[in-house]
Write a protein that binds this ligand. Sequence first.
Ligand code: NAP
Length: 246
Amino acid sequence: MLTDKTILITGGSRGIGAATAVMAAERGARVFVHYLSNHDAAAAVIARCRAAGSAAESLSGDVSSEADVIDLFDACRERFGALDVLVNNAGILHPLDRLENFSAERLHEVVNVNIVGAFLCAREAVKAMSINHGGKGGAIVNVSSAAAYLGSPNEYVDYAATKGAMDTMTVGLAKELAGDGIRVNAVRPGLIDTDIHEGDRLERLYRTIPLQRVGEATEVAETILFLASDASSYVSGSLINVSGGR
Ligand code: NAP
């Protein structure tokens, strides 16, 4: 169901984004990977996508930079033509801390990357995909978090709040963009084994998960690609937890 679709994945060099890129390639999609600065990791993902027989390209840049996001969508269009799917996956966390210690710099950065970046990418995706802009329609999948409903007290309430904003963005854009032929949904991963976690956090917390284990990036990728594909043609405005019951 992804054959001949072009899928653009932000934060595609590592973790959930990388797993999504490789799985999409294995299922026949053309893959465009965006990442911040880890060139070796991005190159490895592109090599795995091509080894699966799919066309794949990458570009580095910062999703919170409007100029970089415009360059990203220009590069994707020049390489692959029409776009079918945006996966808004790039996101950051700061070290675990309490509100008293949050600097304005920390707050600006997490909001700029996690929310302003997601909005800028969604905006450019609409210009590329909307049937009202000459496109053929498509899908946007936002990678939110279980933090949106847990709140992440004593860890990173700021990050959790950006994911709550992403959920609201998902619900609003699903309604706003339905007439553009674009479905908008979100996945809300729980504790997933990636580089984003500091220290022994996964080891400390996995017993709080009803399924009694952390998740794998591929288990999130499966849901992202369901929402990206025509298999979910009547699904829009949905927030799907991939959190082991947490
Ligand atoms: P990760 O392993 O830390 O990977 C982060 C990815 O985002 C990398 O590809 C990184 O690029 C890219 N990135 C970071 N800042 C960027 C920026 N400013 N512009 C462009 N790309 C940027 O993260 P992950 O765990 O896979 O998380 C992916 C998404 O899932 C995030 O939105 C996260 O909030 C969400 N999530 C994760 C979990 C979890 O348990 N892992 C749970 C819930 C939600 P470089 O490689 O170049 O640094």
